[in-house]
Design a protein around this ligand. Structure first.
Ligand code: ADP
Length: 485
């Protein structure tokens, strides 16, 4: 029976080494002889530490002591680098399982040793390969972006001339161009515009990918950007007889790059128009505070199937490939631009049930509210010339100022410019503005100097301050008035 066990140990593919409590080697099998490079005779009776690299012997002795105090079957070398030493002094990585054998002569400890140098080497190679592959991919990506940026520039110049001449042909007098050729010119114009849009998109996209797009962020009313984009899309909305609702709280400021915000809005809003049938409804709403602004562009158009919703943000993906206008880059760029601002762009949609694209742009320092101030304050100065304290304060507080020096010009300017607040120093004036149809809705702030502090206040006065006015109270009042509170 014992012999059978011994031959089993002898034939085991793993190295087996048994030691006594003092650490002397009692038994080794053939695999251990091969692994460590010692003939059996040189191992038996020797201390186990001879199989451990010199630098690790002390630690090994200590750990062996700890294990003997609290022995349990366990595997060593998982996740840690365990090393053994061959006769020739070379070290190799191993995995070891330990078990305790209680025999008549006292306890013994058996170690099963597996040489894992092959596995470690494979892992190392895979790791190196992955590292060099990802460096290659990064380089290829950069080269691709540079190539795209360069070629896009080269392509734009000749395209500009093609588009320009095609425009001229389309506008040629009736008698110089037959309807057929005029139609051809129309095709050239349409397709060259499409190409220009595509190239501009590619240029933007490659700039973003190459990390070359720097944002120029500032605080400005988000409603302005929405209104501008809406204006340039008005013809399309009209031709599809769609209805558009825009809801933006007055004075809501966004901390963004104006040009890029316009590009984001342009993509979302033109998509909403494009993918919504005639007479459909489109809504643009903005909400937020000093920390963030969220814009939602929703439509009741064709919608996007759930399985396509992730892919539409990938470059060059258009779900309905039949549509020629799109480049498939719009949403990829829009998402990248939002993310450059530290924000997120998401979609909620149902096939046939419309879509809602939302993006959030956080302000850089939670300071967004500071400029959610009236854009224009009209200051009417018909008092003693030279006293410009009020105008100075308005300017110093960051408001836009329109200064009028006569009552007539002030009324004309207010009607035309529709300022957010009118500031006057003459107690009679509020009544004048509130009785005019074009200015009745504009809040009038009356600022009295000491001399007139006790004057009677005319109707139509939205707020009164008495000089000297502190900048803080002026900002607070202007803010309140422009918000319509
Ligand atoms: P494109 O230039 O084709 O509009 P985008 O990247 O802007 O490219 O959009 C990708 C695709 O996402 C579109 O081709 C369309 O299939 C889908 N899509 C985008 N916006 C909407 C929307 N409001 N309603 C339905 N589908 C949309």
């Amino acid at each position: 029976m014992i012999d059978e066990y011994l031959s089993l140990i002898e034939a085991a593919p793993e190295g087996i080494v048994e030691i006594d409590e003092g650490g002397s080697i009692l038994l080794v099998n053939e695999a251990a002889e091969r692994m460590f490079g010692y003939p059996r005779a040189e191992l038996l009776g020797q201390g186990i530490e001879m199989l451990v690299p010199e630098s690790r012997r002390a630690a090994h002795r200590e750990r062996r002591g700890a294990f003997q105090k609290e022995p349990a079957s366990r595997q060593m070398g998982f996740g840690l680098e365990l090393e053994a030493r061959r006769k020739d002094g070379s070290a190799f990585p191993v995995e070891i399982s330990l078990s305790t054998v209680t025999a008549r002569g006292g306890r013994r400890f058996a170690a099963m040793v597996r040489d894992i140098s092959g596995r470690v080497e494979v892992t190392r190679r895979v790791f190196e390969l992955e590292r060099s592959e990802s460096a290659k991919v990064a380089r290829a990506n950069r080269l691709k972006s540079e190539f795209l940026a360069n070629t896009s520039h080269e392509l734009r110049t000749p395209l500009q001339s093609i588009t320009g001449f095609a425009e001229l042909l389309c506008e040629a007098p009736e008698d110089t161009l037959s309807p057929k050729y005029r139609r051809f010119a129309g095709h050239i114009l349409r397709d060259s515009r499409h190409l220009t849009a595509l190239i501009n998109d590619i240029l933007d996209f490659s700039k973003i990918e190459a990390g070359k797009l720097d944002l120029v962020r500032e605080l400005f009313p988000v409603g302005d950007a929405i209104a501008e984009v809406m204006e340039s899309l008005a013809a399309q909305v009209e031709s599809k007889r769609q209805s558009v609702t825009i809801a933006v709280p007055p004075g809501l400021a966004i901390d963004a790059d104006r040009l890029r915000l316009r590009a984001i809005l342009m993509n979302l809003m033109s998509n909403a128009i494009k993918f919504t049938p005639e007479k459909g409804r489109i809504a643009v709403t903005a909400t937020g505070d000093e920390k963030r602004v969220e814009v939602v562009v929703s439509d009741n158009g064709i919608g996007i199937a759930e399985e396509d919703q992730a892919a539409i943000f990938d470059p060059f993906i258009t779900v309905r490939r039949g549509l020629r206008e799109g480049t498939g880059l719009g949403l990829a760029i829009a998402r990248n631009l939002v993310e450059l601002h530290g924000g997120v762009l998401t979609v909620e949609s149902k096939l046939g049930g419309g879509s809602a694209f939302s993006f959030v742009i956080p302000s850089r320092d939670g300071n967004g509210a500071k400029i959610s101030r009236p854009r224009v304050v009209l200051v009417v100065k018909d008092q003693a010339p030279g006293k410009n304290l009020l105008a100075d304060t308005v300017l110093a507080c960051g408001f836009q100022l329109v200064l009028c020096v006569s009552q007539e010009s002030a009324m004309a300017t207010a009607s035309r410019l529709q300022p957010d607040v009118i500031a006057v120093e003459n107690p009679q004036l509020p009544a004048v503005y509130s009785s005019n149809r074009r200015t009745a809705h504009i809040p009038v702030l009356l600022i009295l100097d000491q001399e007139h502090a006790d004057s009677e206040i005319s109707s139509g006065t939205a707020a009164v301050l008495t000089q000297p006015v502190s900048p803080d109270s002026l900002v607070e009042v202007l803010q309140r008035l422009s918000d319509g509170v």
